[in-house]
Design a protein around this ligand. Sequence first.
Ligand code: ZN
Length: 245
Amino acid sequence: MLYGIFSDIHANLSALEMVLRSMDARKVEKRICLGDIVGYGANPNECAALVKKHSDFCLLGNHDSAALKRESYSDFNVYAKAAIEWTQSVMSDSTKDYLKSLPYIIEEPNFTFVHASPVSPADWNYVALIDDAVEAFSYFSTQFCLIGHTHNPVIVAVTANSDSEIPTISDGPLYRPRDDERVLINVGSVGQPRDRDNRASWCLMDSDGGWIEIVRVEYDILATQNAMRKENLPQFLIERLMLGR
Ligand code: ZN
């Protein structure tokens, strides 16, 4: 079965629409959202409705949780804070109900899905460095773990039962794991990529784990920027979309 895994939409409607279209074109059969539907962008309600309609399941992200006022967001930067407070002011009841229903982590026989890190999912740790990835492997037991949160797509593999080995980091969009490898995959971000590639990112994966592909999709950045301008969202957040960082 073909899985389409996507994360960090951040209320960017144009990017989400193009990713859903791209998944259809690639004949994806199961769609999984890793969270952060809202925050930063101008279309939280539209994006929540689309994710609810099109994904088989979705996880909670830290921005979703902050938008629900479930936790403090005092560590957010000034732009993220302004955007989350705007989001709180426009979220519909059905968006809130949907976000409230989302879990932190879901496991399937071969896959673990989590927004930030399998190390204590509700603490929203960043898997940003290779040491973070190495640590993360001890906190899931499945062959594959799919994450988001950093907005940087990357595939990291280790040989199962080999603690001393240096992990393999895939430098291309396509990776074919060996049967004896365990793999941590950051699927990147739909709505706010930060790897200096401004295209939306998602992960196409065969459920047998035969291959993993990070797919990049162009979307109408200007339309998203205009929608944000209309809502007086911070200029910094508007500009970074074009830069992809
Ligand atoms: Zn995010």
